[in-house]
Write a protein that binds this ligand. Structure first.
Ligand SMILES: [Zn+2]
Length: 243
């Protein structure tokens, strides 16, 4: 899945989780930011695309879709990120119980965002890695490819951008009118349900079938624009054009 789509899952989940983290005095804004960041961080291993393609497309423990795409890896990233994002809370945790609870809430949000990343990648085709080793380093069995669709989906990128726009607009109105409502958490739950439904019902047997479906969903203009953009990305990083 693309970073835009991963991030929107974290963004939406952050609003729902803010109902829980409010008890730890972690603000809605911080919860949403941490959850969005957590949902994108496992793709830090995509840095190999720029540094070393053999490692990126390889099966080393630190390649793309390797240890950082496991439950253990997600927990480690969340731990490091919680220390980096909340240094004050981390180092004063012993002094104050409240600070420690707040820090734990930050870790929980980052970890939840990271966990969301895994099914989102398992939905798409397994690629050269043949899925994700979600139980690494304890077991390197790989899982994925449930929906038989490529890692980039033009329709879902458009849907993600619309979600960002609508949620931000409502959030801005709430801020201006100084009134916090549950409209966004409700919309977030609907958005996550719809996304799950969409992905589980998207199964394509070929590139052509997927491309025709995308053309139908987003219209020819957006489709050809996205196709041009995709070509540039693939050329820029010399990526394998696997379906
Ligand atoms: Zn990923």
């Amino acid at each position: 899945m693309t970073p835009v789509s991963h991030s929107v899952f974290g963004f939406a989940a952050g609003f729902i989780l803010s109902g829980i983290t409010a008890k730890a005095k972690l603000s809605r804004r911080r919860t949403v930011i941490l959850c969005t960041a957590g949902a994108v961080l496992p793709d830090l291993d995509a840095v190999w695309l720029v540094l070393d393609k053999e490692i990126y497309y390889g099966l080393k423990w630190f390649s793309h879709h390797a240890v950082l795409h496991s439950i253990f890896g997600v927990a480690i990233i969340a731990l490091i990120a919680a220390i980096l994002f909340q240094p004050k809370l981390t180092f004063h945790a012993k002094d104050s119980r409240q600070a420690f609870i707040k820090w734990m809430a930050s870790f929980f949000v980052l970890f939840s965002g990271g966990l969301l990343h895994l099914p989102c990648d398992m939905i798409t085709l397994p690629g050269v890695w043949e899925g994700l080793p979600i139980f690494a380093p304890f077991s390197w069995d790989r899982f994925g490819g449930w929906a038989h669709m490529p890692w980039r989906d033009f329709y879902f990128i458009c849907f993600s951008l619309c979600t960002y726009f609508v949620f931000s607009l409502i959030w801005l109105c709430e801020y201006l009118f100084k009134k916090k409502t549950i409209i966004i958490p409700i919309l977030a739950a609907l958005m996550l349900s719809y996304s799950t439904y969409y992905f589980y019902n998207s199964r394509f047997t070929s590139t052509i079938a997927w491309e025709n479906n995308q053309k139908e969903l987003v219209g020819e203009d957006i489709y050809f624009f996205a196709k041009k953009f995709e070509k540039q990305i693939f050329r820029l990083w010399n990526m394998k054009t696997i379906f």
